[in-house]
Design a protein around this ligand. Structure first.
Ligand code: ADP
Ligand code: ASP
Ligand code: MG
Length: 821
């Protein structure tokens, strides 16, 4: 014999209830079946909310009531096709609704909602759904669970009278094995053994009803049919990568449920565990999936951690005082006092000095817990031997669970290491001697992040997630998104890396989505986002508190560069195509690097110099391995190299500048290139990476356009530019005769006698035939590094130094280096 429980979503829609019918009727062909049902999805909440409206005299309660009636009627109309059956069912259901309507009206009139009335109202959900399911099933017979599920009052709560219930269940179902009927039982509801009033087993209690019946009748199995494929490694509503666990032991399931895994109501496991009846968690929406089997012992299972669960509203009450040291019985008094109030403690942590004990209780129990503990220790508090109770709420408790933990060293180390690296501090922790779980308390705002990092580290270690924010979607940012989009699948399959773009911004809008933005349609998504606002974006990103994340700056904005410090401080790595941060004042550049190091995250900006060329990384590698950079000579401006390659007898200087702008080599205002500003920034970055302290003002400038050309308007500049042509042409002729070429060279050179002294300059130089810079084509870049190890033959790096595709690829490479796969 089987007991099958179907939850709210399983009876909540036409599709699911028809699936239930198929599943149950197939099963009933081979053996007797008892079906336990919840109320229609959301109805229990609605019944409660509506009764509160009625109590407050809000007559809109009637509309809520009518909506509930309509939902049940519509369901019946669609699923029951037999006319006679439908009429009978409508009669039964409407009779219940008539009663409910009168009760609500009473509550509305006298503005009173006693516990007894509230319990009566809430029972209608299961009473209604069980009528519908019984009528729908072939040979379905509805049972009244209040006839055999009995509770008693204890400390103001309803608790199961196990003995009486067992006896009544056995009597009720005595001939179940010989019957062809399918018994349909409303879950959750019960009756008080003394007063005979309607009671219930607590929210989520239908699971418990099913377990009680299964245990009393020694069922072969208890099946919990719900809306997920089984018991999962974490709540799939929070952790998108959670997956179904094949098998769990009773102890593991119990621990996970006690710490908040809602998929099974915690008291459910005990009755079936005692009788060694297995539980199977299955999906009504996907009956082909085998689900999760929960039983006593699991063979051949080496996984130390099976799952993670959490309790959101946790209050930590700290009982502290000097008198506690060595005093026997303080703990006994704490627990007895709380137990007398029916308050359950799910975590205890005591420091070895014994003068402080912290206990975790649910937020809703906190006020009473504090009050009764203060009363219990009133004398000690008055004498000053103990302090009044200290309660901290707004916390969350998380537990990692697995029976094999006790055979595996290093679990706690991995747990706290992972949290520490993510900037999450643990407020209290506990590990039972049975070593089947480690539980700990964090601030509520860290809950989601903690679950994510832990799930990643314990369950997805072979598969990594990197969360990316992309700021600026001009030529580089747009290309980067395209490259990520095309590589996502490959990286997932071949490198086990999930690149999750969780934020995108441009000048008009920004959009954030922790589940990942669909890159096929990101423009539409972006347009529906927030209006652009740097501070708002910064705050929202920090608030997301997302693990393994990187902020990618593809803008040229100073305002955006000013956000890096905050991001790094919040454990968000930064990859910048934007040069401003690395080239502005030395103090803030060092602070960014230091913060990244302290926080265990990255600040990377390889594309600041030479786009996709590996220049900064190479200098870092040389220095890290003990080499010393003695000289850097480089052509770092693609624009200027283009200009000096184009210049010819029939192409005057002014024309080359014009072409550079038209062909988009230069900045929209070419003076930024001609003034050397861009090259100076790059040289400053390279010099700093080589270990020298330098500011932009320290760089000597030998330019080729007079200074006054950079003042005035851009129109003035274009008008006056041809005035320089004649002089350039005269000098070009001489140069050609000498077989030389112009190159705009950036140089850093350490002093021969004292390598801590150095000079930096940018200058237009005449380079002879045979020099490595002579033949540099188009807009390419080149860097010549003379180091202690590369002295006679310097190291040379050369290639495209600009362009959206190579720059985006360089940014992508930086992102990949952070993923560290
Ligand atoms: P039912 O109405 O069928 O009783 P519940 O909503 O009570 O369903 O429980 C199922 C839900 O439990 C899932 O939809 C899921 O969001 C949540 N849940 C929390 N933790 C887990 C977990 N570890 N495995 C599976 N589901 C979980
Ligand atoms: N309907 C009840 C609730 O929502 C019981 C259950 O679904 O298990 O809490
Ligand atoms: Mg449930």
């Amino acid at each position: 014999m089987k007991v099958m429980k179907f939850g709210g979503t399983s009876v909540g829609s036409v599709k699911s209830i028809l699936s239930l019918k198929k599943i149950v009727e197939a099963e009933a062909r081979t053996q007797p079946v008892i079906v336990v049902v919840s109320a229609l999805d959301g109805i229990t909440d609605k019944l409660i909310a509506t009764s509160k409206m009625a109590q407050q005299g809000d007559e809109h309660y009637r509309e809520e009531f009518d909506a509930m009636v309509k939902r049940h009627h519509q369901m019946i109309d669609t699923i029951i096709t037999d006319d006679k059956k439908r009429v009978d069912l409508f009669n039964n259901v409407d009779q219940l609704f008539d009663q409910l309507k009168s009760i609500y009206y009473g509550v509305y009139l006298i503005h009173d909602l006693s516990a007894k009335t509230a319990d009566t109202i809430v029972s209608y959900g299961e009473r209604l759904s069980s009528h519908i399911v019984a009528a729908m099933l072939k040979n379905g017979v509805r049972m009244n669970s209040r006839d055999f599920i009995r509770t008693a009052r204890k400390q103001g709560k309803h608790v199961l009278d196990t003995e009486l219930t067992n006896q009544l269940v056995k009597e009720t179902f005595s001939d179940i094995d010989s019957e062809k009927r399918i018994c349909v039982v409303p879950g959750f509801i019960a009756r008080d053994r003394d007063s005979h009033e309607t009671t219930n087993l607590g929210r989520g209690g239908s699971d418990y009803t099913a377990a009680i019946i299964a245990a009393a009748l020694n069922a072969e199995i208890l099946e919990i049919w719900t809306d997920v494929d089984g018991f999962m490694t974490a709540d799939p509503k929070v952790i998108k990568t959670a997956y179904t666990i094949n098998e769990l032991s009773y102890v593991e399931a119990m621990e996970l449920c006690n710490f908040g895994a809602k998929v099974i109501y915690p008291p459910t496991i005990y009755p079936v565990c005692v009788k060694n009846i297995p539980i199977k968690v299955r999906n009504t929406f996907n009956p082909e999936h085998p689900g999760t089997l929960i039983k006593e012992k699991i063979d051949d299972d080496l996984k130390p951690i099976k799952g993670i669960s959490s309790i959101k509203g946790t209050t930590l009450i700290t009982v502290t005082g000097l008198s506690m040291v060595g005093v026997i019985g303080v703990n006994r008094r704490i627990f007895t006092t709380l137990a007398n109030q029916g308050i359950s403690v799910f975590m205890v942590s005591q420091a070895s000095s014994e003068n402080s004990t912290s206990i975790g209780v649910r937020d809703e129990d906190a006020a009473v817990a504090v009050e009764v503990l203060n009363q219990e220790f009133q004398k000690e508090i008055e004498t000053g031997a103990m302090f009044p109770m200290h309660a901290e709420s707004g916390l969350a408790t998380i537990a990692i669970v697995g029976e094999n933990m006790k055979h595996t060293p290093g679990i706690a180390g991995k747990l706290f290491g992972t949290l520490g690296r993510s900037g999450i501090s643990v407020i209290a922790c506990a590990q039972g001697a049975s070593e089947t779980n480690i539980s700990f308390v964090v601030e509520g705002r860290f809950l989601r992040k903690s679950l994510n990092v832990l799930h990643d580290s314990f369950f997805l270690s072979e598969y990594k997630v990197l969360n990316i924010f992309i700021c600026g979607i001009g030529t580089v940012g747009g290309m980067l998104l395209e490259q990520i989009r095309t590589q996502q699948q490959f990286l997932m399959q071949s490198r086990r890396l999930k690149l999750n773009v969780v934020g995108i911004s441009d000048v008009d809008n920004f959009v954030l989505d922790r589940d990942g933005i669909d890159l096929d349609h990101y423009m539409e998504t972006l347009r529906q986002g927030y209006p652009a606002n740097t501070e708002h974006m910064r705050d929202e990103i920090v608030k997301m508190n997302i693990f393994n994340s990187v902020f990618v700056d593809c803008t040229a904005s100073r305002q955006i560069a000013q956000l890096y410090q905050t991001f790094l401080e919040h454990n968000i790595s930064v990859v910048a195509a934007n040069k401003i941060a690395a080239s502005s004042d030395y103090g803030s550049y060092i602070k960014l690097k230091q913060t990244a190091r302290d926080r265990g995250v990255w600040f990377r900006y390889e594309t600041n110099v030479g786009a996709g060329l590996p220049i900064i990384g190479t200098i870092n590698d040389l220095c890290n391995s003990g080499d010393k950079i003695l000289k850097i000579e480089a052509i770092l401006s693609g624009t200027l190299n283009f200009i000096f390659n184009e210049i010819a007898a029939d192409v005057p200087f002014s024309e080359t500048v014009r072409r550079a702008k038209e062909q988009r080599y230069s900045e929209p205002d070419p003076r930024i290139d001609l003034s050397g500003t861009d090259v100076i920034r790059k040289l400053v970055i390279l010099t700093r990476e080589a270990g020298y302290k330098v500011e932009q003002e320290d760089v000597e400038k030998h330019l080729f356009v007079p200074d006054d050309y950079f003042e005035g308007s851009i129109d003035d500049f274009w008008r006056r530019l041809p005035e320089l042509d004649a002089d350039f042409e005269a000098r070009r002729k001489v140069l050609e005769a000498e077989n030389k070429r112009w190159r705009f060279v950036a140089t850093m050179e350490a002093d021969d006698s004292d390598p801590s002294q150095f000079k930096t300059s940018v200058a237009l130089k005449e380079v002879p035939y045979g020099h490595p810079f002579y033949g540099l084509e188009g807009s390419n870049n080149i860097v010549l590094l003379t180091t202690e190890r590369y002295k006679e033959y310097p190291m040379l790096i050369q290639g495209y130094g600009a362009g959206a595709a190579v720059t985006a690829a360089g940014v992508f490479a930086n992102i990949m280096s952070i993923a560290n796969i």
